[in-house]
Ligand binder design. Structure first.
Ligand SMILES: Cc1ncc(COP(=O)(O)O)c(C=O)c1O
Length: 444
């Protein structure tokens, strides 16, 4: 039987591919195949247009397929396809690092290239431990993550992450790890607009953890400035400031995982800028190339970088890197992406349209089953009460109804999560929330 006639894909032809984070058997029985994308829309194999409410997977910030990025990749591929970054390089890697340093908070200006968010996180954790060792403080090895945190799928990122279902099957993970509590409390925060007023005190748990382990054993704390995959949880007002102060008090590095919040999502180049708290290390990926070529980065402070620049000049200062670190196609895409973001003034535009986004998201308050709405920048989550004893049941059904109605949203537990391309118009915002309104009204 041919399942996708336009592509001549039979059920059998679907078998060899083992899809990530997917119910493979359900997918292969009813595949969702996409064959094109432009701007705010995907084209499905059936020829339907789908409004992309997720920017792909939180990454296509300037919309799909900006010509400038496509052309830059094409040109670079015909020019220099590959060069190792070990003891050699190419000019675009330096150019891109310089452009990124121009977007980050002051003092964060040393960029290490990797190929994904997961690699960025594992690299940042390794840099944190090696930083303390380079300073003669090798006893600082402990890493602190946070409940509901998502930091990719490497063993390092998984170890500091806080979503049990992601971790369950892969243990034992790194042992030298502890976790902060998450910051979500519906009783105190439901229907907050932007950063909730309640919850700054939860940062003080870091002090408690430090006192249990002894602060001098802790290398780094890693958090997403806004928890993303864990359900879009903006930080309570004052929370990140308190984390920063506690880290400073004890010589602990603060890492912000900005794989989602980097590149404009909160209406400034990085979440750190938007939220006014500067970490020691930022991880990024996704919007770095507008999703067009896999790439990630670790952006370290000069202080961190300089700690490594000791010993003989010929010594390799950090024994770490990947075959595709600073890949020429990724660098070309990364430079073109920044050009496009600047040309469209996309970060400032995001800050301007975020108010409309917020108002439309919260217009769903009072619709059936909706128990919370959260938003910040161009992110939102609509929390839907599940059927008793069936977690995720209604959110999954609502997501499917939206898909049938031509709008792509994502589910995270009981929430619908939204993270559209930053080029979204007011009319498209209306369409997303009207579609969700109709979907939740149709739910049993
Ligand atoms: C905050 C955060 N960190 C890390 C990652 C992992 O990125 P990747 O899937 O590119 O490895 C993600 C992916 O969604 C993320 O949201």
């Amino acid at each position: 039987m041919t399942i996708v006639p336009q592509m001549n894909l039979s059920r059998e032809a679907l078998e060899p591919y083992w899809l990530p984070f997917t119910s493979n058997r359900a997918f292969k029985a009813k595949p969702r195949l996409f064959v094109g994308a432009k701007g705010m829309f995907y084209t499905t194999a059936e020829g339907r247009q789908l409004l992309d409410g997720m920017a792909g997977l939180w990454c296509v910030n300037a919309g799909h397929g900006p010509e400038r990025i496509t052309a830059a990749i094409r040109e670079q591929a015909g020019h220099l396809d590959y060069v190792s970054s070990f003891q050699m390089s190419h000019p675009l890697a330096f150019k891109l690092a310089g452009r990124i340093a121009g977007l980050t908070p002051e003092g964060l200006d040393r960029v290490f290239f990797v190929n994904s968010g997961s690699e960025a996180v594992d690299t940042a954790l390794k840099i944190a431990r090696a930083y303390h060792r380079a300073r003669g403080d090798a006893g600082r090895t402990r890493l602190i993550g946070r409940a509901k945190g998502y930091h990719g799928m490497g063993f390092g990122g998984l170890s500091v992450a806080g979503i049990a279902r992601h971790r369950r099957d892969f243990g034992p993970l790194l042992g030298d790890v502890d976790h902060l509590p998450h910051t979500y409390n519906r009783e105190h925060q439901a229907f907050s607009r932007g950063q909730p007023d309640w919850g700054a005190h939860l940062a003080d748990e870091l002090e408690a953890i430090a006192q249990i382990h002894d602060p001098s054993t802790i290398a780094a704390v890693i958090v997403e400035p806004v928890t993303g995959s864990g359900g879009v949880l903006p930080p309570p007002k004052g929370y990140l400031e308190r984390l920063r102060a506690i880290c400073d008090r004890h010589g602990i590095l603060l890492i912000f995982d900005e794989v989602i919040t980097g590149y404009g999502r909160l209406g400034a180049p990085f979440g750190s800028t938007a939220l006014g708290v500067t970490p020691d290390i930022i991880t990024c990926a996704k919007g770095m190339t507008n999703g067009a070529v896999p790439m990630g980065g670790v952006i370290a402070s000069t202080k961190v970088y300089d700690a490594f620049m000791t010993g003989p000049d010929e010594a390799v200062e950090l024994m770490h890197g990947y075959t595709y670190s600073g890949h020429p196609l990724a660098c070309a895409a990364g430079l073109a992406a920044i050009d496009v973001y600047e040309e469209l003034d996309l970060f400032a535009r995001t800050a301007r349209i975020a108010g409309y986004w917020e108002a439309q998201a919260h217009s769903l308050q009072g619709e059936p089953h909706i128990v919370d709405i959260r938003n910040i920048g161009l992110l939102a989550a609509i929390e839907i009460a599940p059927k008793p004893g069936e977690p995720g049941s209604r959110s999954a059904a609502a997501g499917n109804l939206c898909y049938e109605a031509g709008v792509l949203v994502r589910t995270a537990g009981d929430a619908l999560v939204l993270s559209p391309p930053l080029i979204i118009t007011e009319a498209e915002i209306d369409r997303i929330f009207d579609t969700i309104r109709q979907a939740v009204r149709a739910l049993a």
